[in-house]
Unconditional design. Structure first.
Ligand code: C2E
Ligand code: CA
Ligand code: CA
Ligand code: CA
Length: 278
């Protein structure tokens, strides 16, 4: 039994080591990635499922590592956040996504652009000035810039968060709550947050229509959003059954593999062609 215990410990230790090593590797490589511009933005369309028209895109970062290939943001964003590297990466994301939105506008496709903000960026006292500079330089309309925040970012010091939200609103941008339903913001707070859009998390959508609980929760979120005068976007929509359910419950803007995965900018013209044929 003793030997077994030692072995377990040994393996556990090895696993920890591997995780710590990977973390350290990613941290070091992230610094290089910033310098050598190994990041790219992909864009996933948000589609009005009544008309199949694109109403906007969410910018999603991709890291193409020269030897390890694509590294998922799920892996590196938390490390970038913990090390503070997210501030620089996030600033690049904001510029790049807004320039993309400008190029679309110049092609006569005036669509919204949604950008994920990290907790550090949201707390950064320079954020408003940065956004204002980006809006001036790219000359995209402020309303078309949607900033995605999560509930957990707002729930720490609620008063501070509300003030920051109000500051951002003064720029004219739109604010979304991402992954809605997965955090623990109470409804009374939700009413006080000056936000414009709720994004229903994929975890509620993915088992529709098999899971009747998820259907009830999704319908309740949509109904509540409407009561609060918020727009709703459903995330992770993959099937026509899900589209039908969402439409029947008055949610029309959807994002997910049903219409398209996130795309490199070069693939975007093809998307418009495909949707026109649907
Ligand atoms: P998120 O903001 O919730 O983004 C949605 C994620 O769901 C994306 O994963 C997207 O590719 C994926 N997705 C979209 N439609 C479907 C679908 O129909 N089925 C399934 N299974 N998945 C779908 P991705 O691109 O790997 O990004 C993961 C997370 O990384 C994002 O979750 C976001 O939290 C974070 N992230 C990505 N880009 C950025 C960024 O530029 N800045 C920050 N701070 N975070 C980012
Ligand atoms: Ca998001
Ligand atoms: Ca989300
Ligand atoms: Ca998510």
């Amino acid at each position: 039994a003793k030997a077994k215990g030692r072995n377990t410990y040994h393996f556990y230790n090895q696993e920890l080591n591997a995780a710590a090593k990977e973390r350290l590797m990613i941290e070091n490589e992230l610094r290089i990635a910033i310098k050598e511009q190994q990041f790219e933005l992909y864009y996933q369309p948000q589609v009005d499922c009544r008309t199949n028209e694109v109403v906007g895109f969410e910018a999603l970062i991709r890291w193409f590592h020269p030897t390890q290939g694509m590294i998922s943001p799920v892996k590196f964003i938390p490390i970038a956040e913990a090390t503070g590297l997210i501030v620089e990466i996030g600033e690049w994301v904001l510029w790049e996504a807004c320039r993309f939105a400008k190029r679309l506008e110049e092609q006569g496709r005036g669509n919204n652009i949604s950008i994920n903000l990290s907790a550090r960026q949201f707390k950064d006292s320079n954020l408003k000035a940065l956004l204002s500079r980006i809006l001036v330089k790219t000359s995209i309309s402020a309303q078309s810039l949607h900033l995605e925040l999560t509930e957990s970012m707002l729930m720490g010091d609620v008063e501070v968060a509300i003030n920051q939200l109000l500051e951002l609103k003064m720029l004219g941008v739109s604010l979304s709550i991402d992954d809605f339903g997965t955090g623990y913001s109470s409804l009374s707070y939700l009413k006080r947050f000056p936000v414009d859009i709720l994004k229903v998390d994929r975890s509620f959508v993915k088992d529709i229509p098999a899971d009747s609980n998820d259907m009830e929760i999704t319908a309740a979120i949509i109904a509540m959003a409407q009561k609060l005068n918020l727009n709703v976007v459903a995330e992770g929509v993959e099937t026509s059954e899900q589209i039908t359910f969402l439409k029947n419950n008055n949610c029309y803007i959807v994002q997910g593999y049903f219409f398209s995965p996130p795309l490199a900018e070069a693939q975007v013209p093809e998307l418009y062609k495909q949707l026109a044929l649907k």
